[in-house]
Design a protein around this ligand. Structure first.
Ligand code: ASP
Length: 570
């Protein structure tokens, strides 16, 4: 309104043309929003009026005109009190009819929007997501820098860094037959920076992992990568807790209270997951003692019997229960079946195992799991860890069904004391649960030779609303323990030297104790933005097959390029 009467020049995209004969309105859009343009018969020339009518969606135009108070105001628009009475209009660039609607709700499917991402970016939700990302980047940089961290770039053409995925590799023209690997993370480099004496490092860095993609995974993604020297675990947790709290306050205006720390073991036994969603309870309750030895074979033979109590669902129908059974029987979860106990509103009990248990025995199960009348108890049995994990998945599924996982609440926690190693049945050897540079916890060091599967790691994850947002560890900082670790992971001494000799060498020249963490920056954006898909926060993302459908990559390269690289495609 302050500008009423002023002559202005505006440039932007034609969002919409409304032609009422003697009167034409155009919504003009740019990065900052929408302003209404007005062309009125009698006040503008016929020629200008007809050019306004011919303007097409997404034409880029420049207009000159006078700001006027609107007759009917639009409270939904920042500039809704005014409009521009246009005196001249120039089309700077005409547009073809766009393949998708450029509005908050678009008609374009995901692939189409990715192919025309530059059009998608014109839409408000995408623009806002990228603005959020910008803000998060700046706040992170500013905060860490204010705490004395140095942002140091590390190379992109490197040698493999084992983070559990496949490497993307790049052939070297100058060294035919040899390849660089793109970093899965700057792990070894940040450790070498610590050996270099730069005791607080961070980097907002692209990492590359060749693995199967999901909503929260992209082949290239961004980390807030950090490392510190002369620290214990809690120094790191405290430091980065402060970062996370700072970011939530700056970006969301939310004050985060104390962040709980729970052990991996507790996370698994209570939530059946190493990244528990603690926005709701429904925790797992073991019931071996109550249900074994009553003649029900399935339970008697199981290593573990446990269940969850679903509030208010005792009236579930046969069909609903069958659907849940099918859910836990999916191959990824692998349960053989599911037992239910309905604690009905009238205090009686109905169960799929009525034959084996008296009402009294079933009531005891109800009370041990703290069920109230009207609740439904779902029970799985089998090997310990798979049963925990299947219950964990069922718990999340019920949380979704009952809408207990709202995006506007944040539950943050640290999971600590992860196992150091993970046995892989297929390759019949141990893998590093975190990565090979993670230090065993001091108390378990002796077990490394005798019972490696039992060794806990000095490793931690930050989990927000059931999403692993960050992870790190205190590192091994002497060559001997590092060698031992490589040995457990099946590297011969020669292989370890060939691949990581540089690190083992460095550890012989005075390596400080050190540790660090990396946060998945795209995931953090998605969490702050309140959606599930990290793609929304990446300007030019790839699809589920790792393709950039806009530039059509990956793509074949010319014979000359291949020859130069001495590469034959078979
Ligand atoms: N390099 C690790 C990762 O990318 C993080 C860390 O240990 O600091 O998960």
């Amino acid at each position: 309104m302050d500008n009423c009467g002023a002559k202005v020049t505006l440039s932007g995209w034609v969002q919409r043309v409304r032609d009422k004969g003697g009167m034409v309105w155009i919504d003009l859009r740019d990065r900052y929003g929408i302003t209404q343009l007005k062309f009125e018969e009698g006040k503008t020339t016929q020629e200008l009026l007809s050019r306004a009518k011919q303007s097409g969606r997404e034409d880029v135009v420049q207009v000159e005109g006078v700001v006027e108070e609107r007759y009917s105001k639009n409270p939904n628009l920042d500039t809704g009190d005014i409009e521009i009475n246009v005196i001249s209009l120039i089309t700077l660039s005409a547009s073809k009819v766009p393949p998708l609607l450029i509005e908050d709700e678009t008609d374009g499917g995901e692939e189409l929007r990715m192919k025309y991402r530059y059009l998608d970016i014109r839409r408000d939700p995408v623009k806002k997501a990228l603005m959020l990302r910008h803000q998060l980047l700046q706040e992170t940089r500013g905060y860490l820098s204010s705490q004395g961290f140095l942002e140091i770039e590390t190379p992109v053409l490197i040698k493999s860094t084992p983070e559990g995925a496949r490497d993307f590799v790049v052939p070297s023209r100058m060294n035919p037959g040899e390849f660089y690997a793109l970093p899965q993370s700057p792990q070894t480099f940040k450790q070498l920076l610590m050996v270099g004496g730069l005791d607080k490092y961070f980097q907002l860095v692209k990492c590359f992992r060749d693995e199967d993609l999901r909503a929260d995974r992209q082949p290239e993604f961004t980390q807030i990568d950090c490392e510190m020297s002369f620290v214990h675990r809690d120094d790191i947790l405290d430091t980065f807790e402060r970062l996370i709290k700072y970011l939530f306050l700056q970006i969301k205006g939310i004050t985060i209270g104390d962040i709980t720390r729970i052990t991996y073991e507790e996370a698994m036994s209570k939530y059946g997951s190493d990244k528990p969603d603690t926005r709701f309870d429904m925790t797992i309750c073991e019931m071996d003692k109550l249900v074994k030895g009553k003649g029900f074979n399935v339970f008697d033979q199981a290593e573990m019997v446990a269940g969850i109590c679903v509030p208010g669902c005792s009236d579930y129908s046969r069909k609903q229960l069958d659907a849940l059974t099918d859910y836990v029987k999916q191959p990824q979860l692998g349960a053989k079946g599911m037992v239910y106990i309905k604690y009905l509103a009238d205090g009686t009990i109905k169960s799929s195992v009525n034959k084996f248990y008296s009402q009294d025995e079933l009531l005891k199960v109800c009370s041990s799991i703290q069920a109230s009348k009207g609740d439904l108890i779902l029970i799985l049995s089998g090997q310990r860890e798979p049963t925990q994990m299947a219950l964990g998945a069922l718990r999340l599924h019920m949380g979704d069904l009952l809408q207990l996982r709202a995006y506007d609440r944040y539950q943050i926690l640290w999971v600590v004391d992860f196992p150091l190693l993970e046995w892989d049945d297929e390759t019949r050897r141990f893998h590093a649960k975190h990565h090979p540079f993670t230090s065993p916890s001091q108390e378990d060091l002796a077990l490394l030779d005798t019972d490696p599967g039992k060794v806990r790691a000095n490793a931690y994850d930050l989990v927000i609303n059931g999403v692993e947002v960050g992870g790190g560890s205190i590192r091994i900082h002497n060559a001997e323990t590092q060698q031992k670790m490589f040995k457990q992971l099946g590297f011969s001494q020669e292989e370890a030297h060939e691949q990581f000799g540089f690190l083992l060498d460095a550890f012989q020249f005075g390596a400080p104790p050190h540790g660090g963490i990396a946060f998945g920056f795209d995931r953090l954006c998605a969490i702050m933005g309140g959606t599930e898909t990290i793609r929304d926060y990446i300007a030019f993302p790839k699809n589920n097959s790792g393709r950039d459908v806009m530039i059509d990559s990956p793509s074949p390269i010319s014979r000359e390029q291949l020859n130069e690289l001495k590469i034959k495609i078979t």
